[in-house]
Each structure stands twice: as structure tokens, then as C-alpha cells.
Ligand binder design. Structure first.
Ligand code: SAM
Length: 271
């Protein structure tokens, strides 16, 4: 493929293409990868700026949906591909992920994610048993939602899911000026270190109910699906105010409430 002359014109909005053009930030991302020998899965290598640094120290499997970029990567990295340092899968990463795991060995996910599917990808990685950590660039608000602590405004169902399997932290922000073309939002680097995996759709649905109206009382949100007297009894037993808001309750409390409220009824609803 010929040299890409005008990146802004080349970038395809449909695929969330904002190319990171700052070597210092790429180095900071690389330095934040957990220190071991595990393989790296990169989603959306784009022009390969991050990939180029990753393959200096890691074996990498990359997933790129855009055919033009796939061809470009195959040419640019022909040596690394030939020596098995790099494998490139062309196509939608979500199709590759239809099975439970993205790779059939333990790996770290490292990516400047396409923002339109970033939340979905992180949720899949949290459930994927082979995935040991998630180091991704996402929209700042998304990073905050996954990494917030109970009591902080951004604490959400996504924070509870993160804390259920590990620990999330927002490492640093990356301004729009570091990309071509610049996105309309500020980005952040999010790191989630996992110590286990969990895939529990019922618990996810429970959290959606609990955080449905984030500024309302938790008891009110839960009362749309569970008996009010039972919710109040459980909160009283835990010595928790009946007026607690969803972002103020801890992850352990959500697990306790979920288990107790679903004890007698298979679908959680009282007959
Ligand atoms: N890693 C590059 C960088 O940092 O400059 C590019 C990042 S850009 C924000 C997102 C990349 O993800 C693009 O290369 C885009 O084509 C790719 N992408 C978008 N949707 C995808 C999907 N469903 N599966 C795989 N790659 C995807």
C-alpha cells in the first residue's frame, strides 16, 4: 500500500479512527503494561504506532477491522509477522470474540480503543478468563465509570463489575491534540488489573436496575423490581441509611443485596 498522505482524510469515522501521534504517550502506555512475559492482544492497531513499540518486548496478536489498514500493517510488519512476533487478524474483533476467550492463552489487552465499542470490549475482557489485565485508551468519562470508588459521583454499575474481578485506575489523561484527526473528547488511559473473571448476566441486570436513576435513592430503584419491605429490611440489617444513593453503596453491598433479594425467586420477582 502507498504511503498514507493525509491522515485526516484517510481516517474513517465509522470505525472510530483517531490515530495517536505522540511517542511520549505511547512510551507511557508501554511502561504501564504489567511486568511479565504474557502475550498482548491489541484491538485496532490502526497504522501500527503502538504495535511497533509493543513488539519490541512482547508477542502480539492484533485485530483490525479496516481492510486498508490491514494491508498497510501486513506490509509494514512483514518481518515481525514472518518471525511470529506479530499475528494480525483482519476483521471485527467482536466476531473473533464470539467464543468465550479472545486468545487461547493468558494475555494482557492493550489498545487505543475505537470509542463506539469501548465499553462493550472492556465488559467482554472482564469476563474473559484468559485476559489478565486491561490497559486501554478510552473517553475520559468511560475511564472514570470503570475506575471510580464507592462514594465518588462516577461510581456506577461498571465500577462494581470492575471491583468484582479486580482493581481499576485511571492512569492519566490524553488531550485531543495528540491525535489525528483530533477527537471531540478528552481521553484517558484506564488500567484494570484482574485477579479473576466473572460472567453473570443476572448480576449485570441487577446493577442496571440499581443504577437506573443514579441520583435517586437506591431503595427506590430496587423497588421497581423487588419488594420494598424486603429492601428496607436488608438495608436496616446492614445498618445502612434507607436514603443511600446508588453511587454511595460499596461493591460488597451490591453482592449481598443481589444474593438476598434473589434468594427465594428464580427471576428475582416476587410472585
Ligand atoms: N491504535 C491506533 C492508534 O493508537 O493510533 C488506532 C486507534 S483508533 C482509535 C481505533 C482503531 O480500531 C482503528 O484502527 C479502527 O479501524 C479499529 N477498529 C474499529 N472497530 C473495530 C472492530 N470492530 N474490530 C477491530 N478493530 C476495530
Amino acid at each position: 500500500m502507498n504511503k498514507i498522505e493525509n491522515l485526516s482524510e484517510f481516517a474513517n469515522k465509522r470505525y472510530g479512527q483517531n490515530f495517536l501521534k505522540n511517542d511520549a504517550i505511547i512510551k507511557r502506555i508501554i511502561q504501564s503494561i504489567p511486568n511479565d512475559n504474557l502475550k498482548v492482544a491489541e484491538i485496532g492497531p490502526g497504522l501500527g504506532d503502538l504495535t511497533k513499540e509493543l513488539i519490541l518486548t512482547r508477542n502480539v496478536t492484533a485485530f483490525e477491522v479496516d481492510k486498508r489498514l490491514c494491508e498497510h500493517l501486513q506490509t509494514t510488519f512483514s518481518h515481525a509477522i514472518h518471525t511470529d512476533r506479530l499475528k494480525i487478524n483482519c476483521g471485527d474483533v467482536l466476531k473473533h470474540w464470539e467464543e468465550n476467550s479472545l486468545l487461547n492463552e493468558n494475555y494482557h489487552l492493550v489498545a487505543n480503543l475505537p470509542y463506539y465499542i469501548a465499553t462493550n470490549i472492556i465488559l467482554k475482557a472482564l469476563k474473559d478468563e484468559q485476559c489478565q489485565s486491561i490497559l486501554v485508551m478510552v473517553q475520559k468519562e468511560v475511564a472514570e465509570k470503570f475506575s471510580a470508588q464507592a462514594g465518588e459521583k462516577a461510581f456506577s454499575g461498571l465500577s462494581v463489575l470492575t471491583q468484582t474481578v479486580g482493581f481499576g485506575e485511571l492512569l492519566f489523561d490524553v488531550g485531543a491534540e495528540n491525535f489525528v484527526p483530533p477527537p471531540k473528547v478528552t481521553s484517558s488511559i484506564l488500567l484494570i488489573r484482574k485477579n479473576r473473571s466473572e460472567d453473570n448476566k443476572d448480576f449485570e441486570d441487577f446493577l442496571k436496575v440499581a443504577f437506573k436513576q443514579p441520583r435517586k435513592k437506591l431503595s427506590k430503584n430496587l423497588a421497581t423490581h423487588y419488594p420494598k419491605d424486603k429492601i428496607e429490611m436488608l438495608l436496616t440489617e446492614l445498618e445502612i441509611s434507607l436514603t443511600i444513593r446508588p453511587h454511595e453503596a460499596k461493591t460488597s453491598m451490591y453482592h449481598h443485596l443481589y444474593n438476598e433479594l434473589n434468594k427465594d425467586n428464580i427471576d428475582g420477582k416476587q410472585q
